[in-house]
Write a protein that binds this ligand. Structure first.
Ligand SMILES: [Zn+2]
Length: 201
């Protein structure tokens, strides 16, 4: 059969890499701390250019929220920032991405992990309800969950984490929690052994 030439580019597009992106391993679907395939394979350095993101490409995850417990607090070294508004409030994806994990996970309760194209992952935890499932493509600002107190939580809030290659780092480097705004900076990530060191400039 002879196909009109004009159809061929569309056929090539149908095996778009986005379908492969959604093909997470069982480890990636079931655990929070997993390395990102392909990250740090060619270099031990990675730059994340938050300053290049357009206004439609980012969103503060819980509008009007106040930090009630910052990153790094306590002997357990708090792995994220606790942001509070009220029960069943809308939690939104911070950036465009693909939902890697959506389930209940021990102390996290109902949790969502979203992988973003530029090497960052964001985590939204203690939800009363998850609105998206593993493999879903999401846009920045899209509702992904409702605030709750599932897992190890004493009040309704969002426990928000930022991770690179599975390792958490201060989400205050990504969002200015005094103004609930994105920091338009470049994040320099350096892999040292299994550790990732994140600095902002
Ligand atoms: Zn927390």
């Amino acid at each position: 059969m002879k196909l009109p030439l004009i159809l061929i580019p569309f056929m090539l597009l149908s095996v778009h890499p986005a379908e492969k992106e959604n093909n997470f391993s069982q480890m990636e679907i079931n655990h929070i701390r997993v390395v990102t395939p392909g990250l740090f394979t060619d270099s031990n350095e990675l730059d994340i250019h938050l300053e290049n993101l357009k206004d439609t490409e980012y969103c503060f995850p819980l509008a009007g929220g106040k930090v009630i417990s910052p990153y790094g607090r306590g002997h357990g070294r708090h792995s994220g920032a606790d942001i509070k508004t009220c029960a069943k409030d809308t939690i939104r994806s911070a950036f465009d991405g693909v939902v890697r994990m959506s389930k209940s996970y021990s102390g996290y309760g109902k949790v969502i992990v979203i992988r973003h194209s530029f090497g960052l992952e964001t985590v939204y935890s203690h939800n009363c309800k998850n609105l998206v499932k593993s493999g879903d493509t999401v846009k920045a600002g899209q509702p992904v969950a409702l605030t709750g107190r599932t897992g190890r939580a004493t009040t309704e809030h969002l426990h928000f984490e930022t991770r690179i290659n599975g390792q958490h780092f201060n989400p205050g480097l990504v969002f200015d929690f005094a103004k609930n705004r994105l920091r338009k900076v470049c994040l320099h990530c350096l892999k040292k052994g299994k550790r990732i060191i994140v600095r902002s400039e």
